[in-house]
Design a protein around this ligand. Structure first.
Ligand code: FES
Length: 126
């Protein structure tokens, strides 16, 4: 897995979520209690942009229908979403944010984008 520098730390202040790209992979970077988090930018319910939502005490709130996702696990904490969002490995070094993108995931994102679908679903565990 390769880590990509995608933002400056100052671009994601406390309580903010913003959209960034690593090639065809769309990433929502957010900060909660000082910690940086990287997830898919698409809600697992109906693909709304999570970067249009907001960071709450519970997690990342989707602005479309109110689902909240745990920023660490990606699991939905309240309906209507029932599936987790993808969570990416992330680290901050020297004032920059680096996100780990799996090659298979990047290839799948490129294929889906070409097919007109943006969603990167987390694998089902059940
Ligand atoms: S699209 Fe996010 S809760 Fe419906």
């Amino acid at each position: 897995m390769e880590f990509h520098k995608i933002a400056r730390s100052g671009q994601i202040p406390e309580g903010v979520v913003r959209r960034f790209f690593v090639g065809d992979v769309e990433v929502a970077l957010s900060r909660s209690e000082g910690e940086i988090h990287a997830t898919s930018n698409y809600c697992s319910h109906l693909d709304c942009l999570l970067s249009s939502g907001k960071v709450t005490d519970e997690g990342l709130l989707c602005s479309c229908h109110g689902s909240v996702f745990d920023l660490v696990s990606g699991e939905p904490l309240c309906p209507p979403a029932t599936r987790p969002i993808t969570v990416f490995p992330v680290r901050e070094e020297d004032g920059h944010v680096y996100v780990g993108i799996d090659e298979k995931l990047a290839a799948a994102a490129m294929k889906r984008r070409a097919a007109g679908s943006r969603r990167l679903s987390a694998p089902r565990t059940t």
